[in-house]
Each structure stands twice: as structure tokens, then as C-alpha cells.
Design a protein around this ligand. Sequence first.
Ligand SMILES: NC(=O)N[C@@H](CC(=O)O)C(=O)O
Ligand SMILES: [Zn+2]
Ligand SMILES: [Zn+2]
Length: 343
Amino acid sequence: MTTQITITRPDDWHVHLRDGEVLADTSRDISRYMGRAIIMPNLVPPVTNTELALAYHERIMATQPAATFTPLMTLYLTDNTSPEEIRKAKASGKVYAAKLYPAGATTNSDSGVTSVEKIAPALAAMEEVGMLLLVHGEVTTAEIDIFDREKVFIEQIMQPLVASYPQLKIVMEHITTKHAVDFVASANDNVAATITAHHLLFNRNHMLVGGIKPHFYCLPILKRNTHQQALLEAATSGSKKFFLGTDSAPHVKHAKEAACGCAGSYTAHAAIELYAQAFEMMNALDKLEGFASFNGPDFYGLPRNTDTITLTRTPWQVPESYPLGGDKVVPIFAGEQIDWQVI
Ligand SMILES: NC(=O)N[C@@H](CC(=O)O)C(=O)O
Ligand SMILES: [Zn+2]
Ligand SMILES: [Zn+2]
């Protein structure tokens, strides 16, 4: 049994740090060993322009994250995002991507995009300047079942989008189905996907059998175990199209444990440790470095990190909660054992 592995410093290509008093906690966790992180723009109000992105960047840096950490900022696309704004964002050197949230699809997405046609000028500018498009891939149509929303999004939106913008680099974020794995694997080289640790480790039974477990509720929602299996196979396949994006998305305890609980799971307390657990389950720890440290920067056209981190197989117990601003967040695996830790 492998008891220790050393890998190139990983990056997180999808994380929510939030803002205000919680920012010190979220940036401390994410910067523990992640070299870079793509910072999601779904604040309230959302990060819709370069000025807001740069100000958010400064607030993150003001929390003094670890010196090895660089936040990579993103813009929140709206129906009104102009090509000029895309060019300005690119020229800032700090904004690496723009995020497409279908209006109403997930937490804080009310100002999201109502139709891809509306953002055609912005997409053309992104294709031209080489800015990545990150996509929350779920339709919001009321009559589409929540478990089918990713599959229908691929058919209705992703396929035509990829066909119309062949030069645009597109990341389908936090994929949760075999449909998405197959779509991304067979699409052109400008299409890739992030996969979360929780979608590798869990399926909808974990959320729903023996009582409803709100901390597993995130969007896109956990699917059946055959989809989990497809994600595990994709992540450990060695394909360069799949890479690490935690989608760590904290909500305070009482907002999750509620009659109408928020969507989002917190994993930044043990991100690479949880991925190691999933890769070990597949007997594929040798594939962890490519997934966590190479495929992301290669796709983004950024240099790989040059230093390393080491994980040992030393089980530890996750606390029941962590501080989050003046409140607390219940992390994934709260009160349970994780086999790996970073030394
Ligand atoms: N994943 C989630 O369930 N929630 C995210 C938003 C998102 O990534 O869709 C959040 O911001 O809380
Ligand atoms: Zn999302
Ligand atoms: Zn997210």
C-alpha cells in the first residue's frame, strides 16, 4: 500500500471564496497548498466588470493568503457584457476567464445569462483575445427534472456553442454525469471539464438514504452511482481534458440545515486529501498529479507549478465544523476520518 506521495503543487480551477468577514477563512484554507485558484465571481452583487474583479483581487490579497498562492480572477457574464469589457479584463492580466451562469441555475445566479445569443458579442471577443469560457452546465427550464438538467444542457446549449465557437476554450465546470464525460471526451481539444472531489466520492444515495443530508446538496446535484463511476474513470483515465476544480462553496451551517437549504458543499479544508482518497479507491494514485497539477495549467496555457507537496497516509478526523467569519461551516466528511494528509 502506498503510504506517501509527492506531487507538483496543485491548483484549484473552480472555487468560491465569498467576501467580507468570511474571506480570511476561505483564503487561508484554499492557499494552504493550492498554487493558484480560479475565483468564482458569484458574489452579491456579482463581479461583472474588470474594476470589480481587481477590487476583489485586492480584498483577497489583503487577507494575506500563503505566499505560494495566486488568485486568478473571473468575470460574471450577463446579457450586457460588452466586447470592450472582455478586452479590458484580458488587458488587466489578472482576469483569466468569464463565467456563464444560466440565469437562476444556482446560488447567486439571478443576473446570469438568459440566452447564449445575448452574449454572442462577448463570446466573439473572448475567442479573439484568448479568454476562457467557464460554464455552469444546467438548464433552468421548470419542467426539466433536476437530475436531467446537465444532460439537457449539453444537448441544447453545449453542442451548438462548441460548434459555433471552435476556437473558444470552454471548461464545463463541475461535471456530474456520464453524458458530460462522453461529451467532453469526444469534443475538440478546446473543450475540457473540472470534476469536484465530492462528485468523485459520493452519489445521490449518500445524500438521500437514511435521512436527508443537506451538506451533500450542491448543484449540479449528486447523481446515481453509475455517473459517479464514469467521473472516477474520467478523472483517473490520464486524459488531459479533465482536471481539478473543487467547487468548494461554503454556506453557514444554519443556511444549509434549513427547510430550504442552500446549494454548495465545503471541501477546501481537505481538497487534495479528498481527491487522493478517490484516486486511491481507483488504484490510480499515480494519475493524481496529472489531474491536480498538470492538466489545468496546460489547458489554461499557464506554466505548471515548479515546487511540490507531499501527502502521507495518516488518517485524521475532520472537525464537526470550521469557523466561517463570525459563524461556522460544516465541511464534507465532518466528524469522519480522511486517510490522507498534507505534511
Ligand atoms: N455548487 C453549488 O452548489 N453552489 C455554488 C454555485 C455553483 O458553483 O453552482 C455556490 O456558490 O454556492
Ligand atoms: Zn456552478
Ligand atoms: Zn461553483
